[in-house]
Design a protein around this ligand. Structure first.
Ligand SMILES: [Zn+2]
Length: 225
């Protein structure tokens, strides 16, 4: 690919987090009236800063460990997968907590994130570091978003999550606590963000924290003839 590859910076991530549609979507994901899981994704162009915030899709149940119901259909509307990739995939937990689900080797939020990265590398010929967002609210006013990203060279989620399986962190853990545990594994970057009364509360040092999420997509297609 002769064109310039657009590098994802903390500033760019803040631009997306501040996007009016992003905020509206998060609001919708935190809506307590809906018992079903909802999701939306953000498609990033490989060669430019341009991105598309997708519409919110509603799942048919409260399953909190699936991937976005139609994220990939949405992606296909905008190209053949060669010129864009999913930078963010966000979904709601109708129960209100933002603990990423860990099922076993067959599923869960963290495994879905891993699979997404693997699939891009394997089938898309692209090494990227997508960001998963888990959104939840217990009172409908304060909405929590936990942003999670795998660090570049980590094994699949499952092997080291076994070390954490006795941790009873699935229930009622505070977003800050979940982020700390994820960071402690050294396999993830994690940031809790709060939205209150439709405003995103950006904590001090957010830019510095988001710098850990920065990456440049690289092509992984074999170069030998
Ligand atoms: Zn989930």
């Amino acid at each position: 690919m002769g064109k310039d590859i657009y590098s994802i910076t903390a500033k760019h991530l803040v631009r997306i987090l501040s996007d009016p549609k992003f905020k509206r979507n998060v609001q919708e994901l935190g809506d307590l009236e809906c018992p079903n899981e909802k999701s939306f994704a953000i498609l990033q162009m490989i060669n430019s800063s341009e991105y598309i915030v997708g519409d919110v899709e509603e799942g048919s149940d409260d399953c909190s460990h699936g991937e976005g119901p139609s994220a990939f259909d949405f992606g296909l509307e905008y190209g053949d997968g060669q010129d864009s990739y999913f930078l963010f995939a966000l979904h709601s937990h109708p129960t209100g907590n933002v603990t990423p689900s860990i099922i076993d080797e067959s599923g869960g939020d963290l495994l879905a994130l891993s699979n997404m990265r693997e699939n891009y590398a394997m089938y898309g010929g692209l090494a990227v570091r997508p960001i998963e967002g888990v959104v939840g609210s217990v009172d409908g006013k304060t909405i929590h978003i936990l942003l999670i990203q795998e660090k570049t060279k980590t094994p699949l989620a499952v092997p080291f999550l076994r070390d954490y399986e006795d941790l009873d962190w699935r229930y009622d853990a505070k977003p800050e606590e979940i982020a700390r545990i994820l960071e402690e594994t050294k396999g993830y970057n994690a940031i809790p963000i709060t939205m209150h009364n439709k405003r995103l509360l950006f904590s001090d040092g957010l830019i510095d924290k988001l710098k850990k999420f920065e990456f440049s997509p690289t092509l992984t297609t074999p170069t030998e003839e």
